[in-house]
Design a protein around this ligand. Structure first.
Ligand SMILES: *[C@@H]1O[C@H](CO)[C@@H](O)[C@H](O)[C@H]1NC(C)=O
Length: 463
């Protein structure tokens, strides 16, 4: 296979929502004969799922130790280990990886480096050795479109006040709902455009990565958001290659069907259970947990809730008093980790109430579930609006201050899962499944990516 000649280095940001898709793409490329060196810090590599034995030759995990910096607690190497305000110190430590990264680069001398938005210092290092970089976006094309062209990332000039952030920007030339919730705008403006203690803002990082990359790869497909993929190609004046949504269907034999929650799921009617999950990254305050609990009681539908236990709260106080007794015959709460994709694959699931993180969207739509959207942080609000635009889900209405009530959540769940007015969400989600789990068309994106990379490398090596 021609691809065997090529070697790629992968360098994701230190968040599992980034490391996991980088690993998924690494596996797909390794399976096509491309040699992958996947770089991260020791504790993160240990926490990744194991590499399938048939890919071990082609896909190597290489560690570089994370330097310590003031403000970063010991043994914390990923955003999941930290409070929101500590993440800037992780960025600071990450930036100190530039020298060890350069040393590793010299040893490996890959044909190309696939990088995240964060390591803005890589293009300069790569240029010394004549190695091209490409930006791999774990965000949707719609999110990249919203964040804007390089000039806007650098200056923020075209959005001088908060109101601009609550509507689609004027460089999106078609009708679009992609924008942030008003209550979230102050947080977004600060986290995007203000330098943190690492000395640089998120938008500045992304600007440098994007302006110096040879092309962009996006975890997405044309069937889902082709218009946004085309648009970012125009905005950045560079090739943008969708690499597919990276949906993985669990193998029947690996699903632990003997556990209590799977036994319970097995007793429920098809498409009847509301899946509830807000990921392991978001630290949900206890007040929100209680409001959601009351919402689930109110909606009267069977539910399965994967709940991250908040730090400093006793297990017995996580749920409202009496909740478990009152809902014993209605639903199941799993406190801690659970195999989310195995649960979403179950035929009893009829809808998904979640934070609108892109990884979970892929899993939910990959099994055709209609979505009840309650975005919390980061790009989730933009994803939620995109899904509303596509009629794949319904966004829980919020109060002006951003709070939500049990009634609003319960009504939204019922609308999407059972009420007649939610039929459009159910049918559109079922249709989208046929794109997300279409092996042939998704595989084609990987082939096209490799083709493009080969052509690009041949061209640059001739010059
Ligand atoms: C990155 O791009 C900018 C703008 O095109 C250019 O001035 C700079 O030299 C580039 N840096 C590298 C390392 O390629």
């Amino acid at each position: 296979m021609a691809a065997e000649r090529y070697r790629i280095m992968m360098f994701p940001w230190l968040a599992f929502g980034h490391m996991i898709p980088f690993l998924a793409l690494s596996k797909k490329l390794a399976a096509k004969g491309i040699s992958i060196s996947y770089i991260s810090t020791p504790k993160n590599l240990q926490r990744l799922p194991p590499i399938p034995s048939d890919l071990e030759d082609k896909l190597k995990l290489l560690e570089i130790p994370l330097p310590s910096v003031d403000g970063l607690p010991e043994n914390c190497e990923a955003t999941i280990d930290l409070q929101e305000e500590q993440i800037q110190y992780l960025k600071k430590a990450y930036d100190k990886l530039s020298k060890p990264f350069e040393n590793l680069l010299k040893k490996i001398m890959p044909d190309m480096i696939l990088i995240d938005f964060a390591p803005y210092w890589i293009p300069e290092i790569a240029a010394k050795f004549d190695i091209p970089t490409a930006y791999f976006s774990v965000y949707t094309a719609a999110t990249l479109a919203y964040t804007g062209p390089v000039e806007e990332l650098k200056t923020g000039k075209r959005r001088p006040s908060p109101e601009y952030y609550t509507r689609a920007p004027d460089w999106i030339p078609f009708p679009s709902l992609v924008s942030h919730r008003p209550d979230f705008v102050p947080i977004v403006m600060k986290s995007t455009h203000s330098p943190d203690s690492s000395g640089i803002s998120m938008a500045q990082r992304m600007a440098k990565v994007v302006e110096n990359c040879s092309f962009l790869a996006v975890r997405s497909c044309k069937e889902f958001e082709g218009e946004y993929i085309n648009l970012i190609q125009q905005l950045h004046e560079k090739p943008v290659l969708p690499i597919g949504v990276l949906h993985t269907v669990p193998e029947e034999k690996t699903i632990k069907t003997e556990t209590d929650s799977f036994k319970w799921l097995g007793e429920q009617k098809p498409k009847s259970v509301v899946f509830v999950g807000f990921g392991s990254e978001y630290k949900m305050p206890i007040e929100q947990i209680h409001e959601l609990a009351f919402a689930l009681e109110l909606c009267k539908l069977p539910f399965l809730w994967i709940l991250r236990k908040p730090e400093g709260v006793d297990s017995s106080d996580v749920l409202p008093p009496g909740f478990e007794d009152r809902t014993r015959s209605q639903g199941v709460v799993i406190l801690g980790w659970a195999p989310q994709v195995d649960i979403l694959a179950h035929t009893a699931i009829g809808g998904c109430l979640f934070h609108a993180g892109w990884g979970t969207i892929v899993e939910a739509l990959g099994f055709g579930h209609p979505l009840i959207l309650l975005s919390m942080v980061a790009d989730q609000g933009l994803n939620a609006k995109l899904l509303v635009e596509k009629e794949l889900g319904y966004e829980v209405p919020r109060n002006k201050d951003g709070s939500f009530s049990r009634e609003m959540v319960a009504e939204s769940i019922r609308r999407v899962v059972v009420e007649p007015e939610g039929e459009k969400f159910r049918s559109k989600a079922a249709q989208m499944r046929s794109n997300f789990d279409n092996k042939e068309s998704q595989n084609n994106y990987i082939n096209k990516f490799i083709e493009h990379m080969e052509k690009y490398l041949k061209k640059t090596k001739q010059v």
